[in-house]
Design a protein around this ligand. Structure first.
Ligand SMILES: [Zn+2]
Length: 186
């Protein structure tokens, strides 16, 4: 049976991080569209969740997770960009809450190659017990921090069609590896 992936676009238009002329929500929308395309092409069912404008960050999180749980899927992927006051901070990573999320995150970062495409973090996957979107999800969930919007090099990747396509390809390859390992559909 087709596996169903729910992709949540982090934040709303005015509540995410900014840097190098980019806005987190806008970047994540473009990345979400890339994911939708290549996951459908690969035979997955995909639901994109993009929160209505006008919500605060906490309202957005609650709304998005309720929406994801109501719909139900085999994996929730929340899309974000990192930001730091330190302009040198760079690199993608995946945040997780559950062991399953950890194992799926490792596949996205390592097998899928997101750690090679956008390197810089000492840890490819990071446990985040406090992140509501991960904790409240009734399906395995990962939060992809697709690089630092505040870093010139990462921002170049995030600003380009080709770069977003490469990030999406890493996520797909990781999810396919996770599915092959029997990590989806729990
Ligand atoms: Zn974010």
């Amino acid at each position: 049976m087709k596996k169903k992936i729910i992709v949540e676009i982090g934040h709303t238009a005015e509540t995410g991080a900014v840097g190098h002329g980019l806005k987190e929500h806008a970047v994540c929308r473009l990345l979400g569209a890339k994911l939708l395309g290549i996951f459908e092409e690969a035979g997955y069912e995909v639901r994109l969740i993009d929160t209505p404008v006008g919500m605060s960050n906490s309202q957005e999180l609650r709304w998005a997770v309720e929406e994801a749980n109501r719909d139900g899927g085999d994996l929730l992927i929340s899309l974000h960009c990192d930001a730091s006051d330190n302009a040198a901070a760079h690199g993608a990573h995946v945040c997780y809450y559950s062991t399953l999320g950890q194992r799926i995150g490792e596949r996205i970062m390592l097998q899928g190659g997101l750690a090679r495409l956008c390197p810089g973090r000492s840890q490819a996957v990071v446990e985040r017990r406090g992140l509501y979107v991960l904790r409240a999800s009734e399906m395995p969930a990962v939060l992809v921090e697709a690089g630092f919007i505040t870093h010139a090099g990462d921002a170049r990747l995030l600003a380009s069609e080709a770069g977003l396509g490469q990030i999406a390809a890493c996520v797909l390859a990781g999810v396919e590896a996770a599915e092959a390992a029997g990590l989806l559909g729990h």
